[in-house]
Design a protein around this ligand. Structure first.
Ligand code: PLP
Length: 349
């Protein structure tokens, strides 16, 4: 029995042809394909300008850096998210302030965020985890920059409207992929210019701290094709979500976010009784299906902060499991996931 992986990219002949074209051109480093990709993603996001970089973590770090975040500044992050956010903040010697999530939509708890105040608080990163978009309006705070992290939400409509910067990742498991890659979009062209200035070290008249954060034309050529397929990818994701819903909703197992503006399903999440998650994960594995915790580890645990400060994210960490949901998933595989679920939840557990 073949394993159905938790994620798998959907790449075809168009991507292959685009990459071949760049290789044959003899110009493979950052060039016109990167510019094309930037224009395409900016258009898709309704943003005025964009800068492609080597990955999403770098896109987050550079966004904060050009906003002036540095040593001693505080940046708010939700607890239930990708560790990349923590690294982006710490790379600038800024201090992460971890805040609990709302278990109704799994995103940063807006009330707890608004209740937090500090003269050193400079920015908040709002990652749209699992493609769930809460109203960004409730995250506006005076003198605090809002960075929207849409690493898991490319293709959503209601993003990029409130934040000063909108960040993407094009890692292999994301909505569209270039293998590794990232981008910052903004309606503030000077932010993008400053990130472009920091992205490379070559041919600069004056010395200042820079690095090499560039994307190649090989990656960007793949990205241009993938970006053109995003609407179709989102449709297929929704189709699979509806199929799963038929099974899981009726059994009270589907996680459905409340109080949100939009959801493009990056993950299919099921909510299990406490204590049964590891057992269910193993049961799926025995059926040839890779199910996973959608967040590897809670940020507060990396920082050795007590669990009791983060009751909602601990609860979600212990009860939410993610099942395969991606456009490369074939109908037969979707059916296999449902059949395995029937076996696990109706016959054995
Ligand atoms: C929400 C979120 N932000 C940022 C990143 C970091 O992106 P990358 O892996 O491209 O550095 C990821 C994960 O890949 C993510 O899921």
């Amino acid at each position: 029995m073949n394993l159905i992986p938790h994620s798998r990219p959907l790449l075809g002949e168009e991507e292959e042809e685009a990459v071949k074209r760049v290789i044959r051109s003899g110009y493979i480093a950052q060039g016109s394909e990167v510019e094309r990709f930037e224009r395409k993603v900016a258009r898709l996001s309704g943003s005025k300008a964009a800068c492609a970089v080597c990955n999403g973590t770098t896109a987050l770090k550079l966004s904060l850096q050009v906003l002036g975040v540095g040593k001693g500044d505080e940046v708010v992050l939700p607890d239930y998210t990708c560790t990349a956010l923590l690294y982006a903040v710490c790379a600038l010697q800024a201090e992460p302030r971890i805040i609990d999530i709302s278990s109704s939509h799994l995103q940063l708890d807006a009330e707890k965020f608004q209740a937090y105040s500090s003269p050193r608080l400079k920015a908040v990163i709002l990652p749209y985890m699992f493609g769930i978009i809460p109203g960004a309006e409730s995250y506006r705070k005076e003198k605090v920059y809002l960075v929207e992290d849409a690493a898991q939400a490319l293709g959503a409509e209601k993003i990029g409207r409130m934040g000063i910067a909108l960040v993407y990742s094009f890692y292999a498991t994301k909505m569209a992929t270039t293998g590794e890659g990232g981008m910052v979009c903004s309606n503030d062209a000077t932010i993008i210019e400053r990130i472009k200035e920091l992205r490379e070290y070559d041919k600069k008249e004056e010395y200042s701290l820079r690095f090499n954060y560039k994307m190649t034309d090989i990656q960007a050529a793949m990205g241009v094709v993938q970006a053109g397929k995003v609407a179709g990818f989102v449709e297929r994701r929704k189709e699979i979500q509806r199929y799963y819903d038929d099974f899981f909703l009726a059994r009270g197992l589907a996680f459905k976010p409340g109080g949100i503006e939009e959801w493009i399903p990056y993950r299919y999440l099921i909510k299990l009784p406490p204590g049964s998650l590891d057992r269910s994960e193993k049961a799926y594995r025995a059926q040839g299906i890779e199910a996973k915790r959608p967040v590897f580890q809670l940020l507060h645990r990396y920082l050795k902060l007590p669990d009791n400060l983060y009751p909602e994210s601990v609860k979600c960490y212990n009860s939410i499991l993610s099942l395969p949901l991606y456009p490369a998933l074939k109908d037969g595989e979707v059916e296999r996931v449902v059949e395995a679920s029937r076996e696990i939840f109706e016959k054995k557990c």
